[in-house]
Design a protein around this ligand. Sequence first.
Ligand code: GLU
Length: 484
Amino acid sequence: MTDSVKKPVRVRMAPSPTGPLHLGTARTTLFNWLFAKSHNGKIILRIEDTDFERSKKEYEEDIINGLKWLGFDWDEGPDVGGQYGPYRQNERLDIYEKYLNKFFDEEKVYYCFCSKEQLEEDRQAMLSQGMAPKYGGRCRNLDPKEAKKRVENGEHAAIRFKVPPIEVEFTDIIRGKVSVNAELIGDIVIARNLRSPLFMFAGVVDDFEMKISHVIRGEDHITNTPKQILLQRALEFDEVKYAHLPLILAPDRSKLSKRHLETSLNDYRNEGFLPEALVNFLAFLGWHPTEDKEIMPVEELIKEFDLRRVQKGGAAFNIVKLEWFNSQYIQKMDSKELLSRLESFIPKTWLENPDLLIKIIDVEKSRMNSLAGFKNLAEPFFELPFYDKKLLLWKDISEKDTLRNLKMLSEEILKIPESDFGKKRLEQIIMPLTEVWGRGELLWPLRAGLSGREASAGPFELMDVLGKDESLKRIKSAADKFNA
Ligand code: GLU
């Protein structure tokens, strides 16, 4: 294919439904999606469920829901159909069988009857001789007709592809030239039987049949690439372009263990991470723009995304960074929109007073790291928590002076007419008093008495939301702690 007749960009997102949507899969999907969007390309969702035992419908649903929640869409897929379907590998077995039969006709594959034990024994023997283990070729020269008969008679045999002893070279968009001596690979199993292909083979067939132009996937697949290129050549398919994304590493740059990231996307969703924040965070797991900026909403990511700027080295996963992205997106979000996102994170009864909730959100937005954290921040607005009077004491100020300060504040606040009650007026009245009586001396017991908390929004914001009556009631109950 010459450059002047460039193939249209068609990428595939190819999750295996063997578990809930994983953050790593979400990142791979994002990079495919961004690449396609930035090239006016098409996106295909293909469910890779050739592992019959481990694949589950519920995981497929979880993955599709999760991808949609993150904001991804696709032009073709099991739920939307398309010209090159079906889009579940399990529903494409006839297609794979056709190509396997073609391979048999051309004697490019053979039946392998070796047992697991036998293969393991061979492997150990090679290792003990200091050789890199590979299949020794025991079944390669069996008479094909004889082998076929054995299979027809019920004997179990895998289907092995004859790997030619050549140097395989390809140019990875991220990693550059990669060259592998296929002699070291040995003949590979590509199917358990005619109706049960392995993903390596099924993927090659599908990429061709679905006219995929670019395969963008995790670096953990890079050892499959030379094998898949050999399969493509044997099937006389066009080569696709490859880009292998760097591994996701633990924060200390060690290999990521289950402990670090075996969490599904749902965990992050349930903890109250915004999809917008996750997408921005995931984009930076291995990529960064030319300019030194981090907050990039998805439209901006699409504009600037370039596979050639994906780093080769592993990308460290840092939860603190993710929390930072989340808080940035929360702060920027319109409070009404934020309220709709918060619905599943707060008690139903709170929703009866949306105006109050909006006010609370306005006040607390800047202190929120996650949607789940909002409930705790908002609780004092609905009910004053029990607290010990010690909470009201600023540094070494005595109980007596604290009581006097609270009373004085209460009298001043009482004077403000209801119609004028609000943050601005409160500030006007109280701030000059702090010049005389001290800032901490007045503002600390006021704030602590209004919230019942060691940490909260400031006293003026609190009163603005609580209103005059409730504010005065709370200040009185603070003062009563010393009268009692
Ligand atoms: N289904 C594979 C996975 O989930 C992806 C294979 C590929 O991208 O070629 O890891």
